[in-house]
Design a protein around this ligand. Structure first.
Ligand code: SF4
Length: 114
């Protein structure tokens, strides 16, 4: 798997947000730190393991937390943002709301196609 740069990962995150109709977190420093975490995980594991979670040891075991993770749709819809707060619901972002710490629904929601 070819290594990725933070710029490539930022483009990936932008494309995910566009495809899903989400907004990226407007806090540029925070978003950059998550992009760097995703980049590190890609270059370590070969897939975009969520930067806010630990690997369960294999691509198969981590399939539900490859970005955009399985819980992200429900979290964005119900809480206004994903677990990491990289992606925000457009209305949440437009209202200038601050993401809060939310419970991790890992293992509770089956993987779906991005
Ligand atoms: S919580 Fe999910 S959608 Fe958000 S950065 Fe982590 S893997 Fe991606």
């Amino acid at each position: 798997m070819a290594p990725k740069t933070a710029e490539q990962t930022a483009l990936f995150a932008t494309m995910v947000a566009r495809k899903q109709g989400w907004a990226l977190n407007p806090d540029a420093d925070f978003t950059q730190s998550l992009v760097e975490g995703l980049t590190t995980n890609w270059n370590r594991y070969g897939y975009f393991l969520c930067p806010c979670r630990d690997s369960d040891g294999s691509a198969e075991a981590d399939a539900d937390v490859v970005c955009p993770c399985a819980p992200s749709w429900k979290d964005v819809e119900e809480r206004g943002h994903c677990y990491c707060a990289l992606y925000l619901a457009p209305g949440f972002a437009a209202a200038g709301k601050e993401p809060q710490s939310i419970p991790d629904r890992r293992h509770q929601i089956p993987r779906r196609k991005a």
